[in-house]
Design a protein around this ligand. Structure first.
Ligand SMILES: [Zn+2]
Ligand SMILES: [Zn+2]
Length: 158
């Protein structure tokens, strides 16, 4: 788990300009929100920010996250079964994810061994590897606890 000070709006504005994007209020607010709530979907961003930014629409949030993903300020992940793309500001380190198969919560997994791709397949079919996309799947402690209380088998339905 990384503990670092949150990026200020001024720092996000500077980063946006470094990446050739205008530092609009929508982009800066979205980046700050995702940094505080990693693995967030576009729908969740819209719901959380529409109070502060009434001009935000489903389409503008999609445009914002797409632009930020293209320039590398956001990373997009598509976990199995979640049916939606999730975004995070932790980019460029090829970290992996663990997903609870019951409540779908997602947490970061740091790479065990340094740089990407962090995993070495036995055969690459002649391809030069850039990264590995791994989602570990399991049952979180809270779900395990709930199911034990209800005496239901855990994980068998997935
Ligand atoms: Zn869970
Ligand atoms: Zn992550």
């Amino acid at each position: 788990m990384q503990i670092s000070a949150p990026t200020t709006p001024e720092q996000w504005s500077a980063l946006l300009r470094e990446h050739g994007l205008r530092a609009t209020e929508g982009r800066v607010t979205t980046l700050s929100y995702i940094e505080a709530h990693p693995h967030t979907s576009a729908a969740e961003i819209l719901e959380a920010l529409s109070g502060t930014l009434p001009s935000l629409s489903q389409q503008s949030v999609h445009n914002i996250v797409n632009d930020l993903t293209e320039t590398g300020l956001l990373r997009r992940i598509d976990p199995p079964d979640s049916g939606r793309a999730l975004y995070e500001t932790r980019t460029g380190d090829n970290h992996h994810h663990v997903q609870c198969v019951v409540c779908q919560r997602i947490e970061d997994i740091d790479c065990i061994v340094g740089g990407a791709p962090c995993l070495s397949p036995d055969h690459t079919h002649g391809m030069r590897l850039l990264e590995a996309s791994v989602t570990f799947r399991g049952v979180c402690a809270e779900c395990e606890h709930t199911h034990q209380a209800n005496r239901e088998p855990v994980g068998s339905a997935a």
